[in-house]
Write a protein that binds this ligand. Structure first.
Ligand code: FRU
Length: 480
């Protein structure tokens, strides 16, 4: 077994990073050095939030905030990609273009209108309904619009009744996420630092239902990209969950995603706890939402976020493209000391590589694409080192988990990139899942109750792994 892992983790000369100029802003640099292998990244140019994800006929669709003419944020389109195994992605032509009258196409969601309540079907194929925010400049006026697809999500047509929700003279009014609550269609969208809920029977005409003020939430920045959905524990307890991303002021700096556990009564969402909860305590998981209709076990959902942070996303040292998505994660609900929390597990349906026992000291021979599953002592530490001396450190104390990327290659493009990030432990249940993919680390700690995601840009690929406090584990190579 050991032989296979060493044989497959051979140093890849084509992947050796060269020195890059972090201030370069043109996409003329075609370097692929930091291209992740099994996370989605666009072939070229700027990407942010995942949008409109839905599953149909064996294919997971992803749309994304996309600027096809530069590697920094610009007039937004919906780019499009799909996958059958959540690991290998195919990028498709842009799905939705800005509208000259109504504006750029900001974040939103998509659902399959199985019973044609919208009346937009032309034959028996259910239309895909996408709802998003138009952002009109000058003036930054935001309204909500709809496009629909009659060819399974490849191309979209503008709904002639746009905008379906005009602007009620509010500045930040965006990111509609639709769901079915059992009796009506619901749409959650952000209004400044509140969530507004609307209801509809036909996905086209929306009436206001209520506002959620989130008095116990984090209000350190503008609220964005909400989602209301439900999860059910293995014991059958069902809770409603509200995801709310915050543009700045997350615990480790910049943007992050909080969640509230509570109850949706058909009109209002009522949170049932006062503590702040986060989907991820690392700095690089933002604006994540769930797929519509993804196959999961009962009471679970499939989630994916944007693997970056608004504090530095536009200056990270990749130039041909900027940003990738996180790995897809299955969400479930667990009870801990009478409180309900989200538990995450990675979902990579195509993820079977060569496996080896995880050793306390291992040579990696330069391949930064692997997953490890392990159990460890309550306090443990892990260091990855490259031949150039780049180090990435992850460790735990009794009550926290830490990641230090400050000595891992290119770090000076934004001052706070070097800050050590930390997240609280809810238990010291010592089962872990971790994935490394060229420039990212995703850790699901303590049985998936605390997630930590961090990007980094080492000068050379890691060639050594050192682990203190390991009990036992498996390393899976994901290089093709
Ligand atoms: C979140 C966000 C959304 C907005 C989009 C614009 O990252 O700011 O609120 O719709 O990005 O690209």
């Amino acid at each position: 077994m050991r032989y296979f892992i060493l044989a497959t983790l051979l140093y890849c000369a084509a992947c050796a990073p060269t020195e890059l100029d972090p201030n370069q802003t043109s996409s003329a640099d075609t370097s692929e050095v930091y291209r992740p292998l099994y996370h989605f990244s666009p072939e070229a140019h700027w990407m942010n939030d995942p949008n409109g994800m839905f599953y149909k006929d064996g294919t997971y669709h992803l749309y994304f905030q996309y600027y096809p003419e530069g590697n920094q944020w610009g007039p937004m389109h919906w780019g499009h990609a799909s996958t059958k195994d959540l690991m290998h992605w195919t990028e498709h032509p842009i799905a939705i273009y800005p509208d000259t009258a109504l504006g750029y196409i900001f974040s939103g969601s998509a659902v399959i209108d199985t019973f044609n309540v919208s009346g937009l079907a032309v034959d028996s194929t259910p239309p895909i309904i996408a709802m998003y925010t138009f952002h009109k400049r000058p003036g930054d006026v935001q309204t909500q619009g709809i496009s629909y697809s009659l060819d399974g999500g490849m191309t979209y047509e503008f709904y002639e009744g746009n905008p379906v929700l005009p602007n009620p003279e509010l500045k930040d009014f965006r990111d509609p996420k639709m769901m079915w609550d059992g009796t009506q269609w619901i749409c959650a969208l952000t209004v400044g630092q509140e969530i507004a809920f609307y209801g509809s029977e036909n996905l086209l005409d929306w009436k206001p239902l209520s506002q959620f003020l989130g008095e116990h939430g984090n209000h350190g920045g503008v609220w964005e990209c909400p989602e209301l959905f439900s999860l059910t524990t293995e014991e059958g307890v069902r809770k409603d969950i509200l995801l709310v991303s915050i543009g700045s002021g997350a615990p480790n700096g910049g943007s992050g995603t909080q969640y509230f556990v509570g109850h949706w009564d058909g009109t209002e969402f009522i949170a049932e706890h006062e503590d702040e909860r986060y989907m991820d305590w690392g700095r690089d998981n933002y604006a994540g939402v769930n797929w519509w209709n993804a196959p999961t076990d009962r009471g679970k959902k499939l989630f994916m976020g944007w693997m970056s942070n608004w504090e530095y996303a536009q200056v990270v040292p990749t130039y041909k493209w900027r940003s990738s998505m996180t790995l897809p994660r299955e969400l479930s609900l667990v009870e801990l000391d009478g409180q309900f929390h989200i538990k995450q597990q990675f979902r990579l349906d195509g993820g079977n590589g060569y496996q080896a026992n995880l050793e306390p000291k291992m040579g990696l021979r330069g391949a930064n694409t692997f997953g490890i599953n392990f159990s460890a002592e309550p306090q443990w530490s892990l260091r990855l080192t490259s031949a150039e001396g780049d180090t990435l450190d992850i460790w735990t104390s009794v009550d926290s988990i830490y990641i230090d990327r400050s000595k891992c290659g290119l770090v000076d493009f934004e001052p706070s990139f070097k800050n050590i990030m930390s997240g609280p432990r809810k238990t010291t249940a010592a089962e872990y899942e971790m994935y490394i993919d060229i420039m990212s680390l995703e850790l699901l700690a303590d049985d998936g109750l605390t997630a930590m995601t961090a990007t980094f840009f080492p000068k050379k690929p890691f060639n050594k792994l050192e682990f203190e406090g390991l009990k036992e584990g498996t390393l899976t190579s994901l290089r093709e």
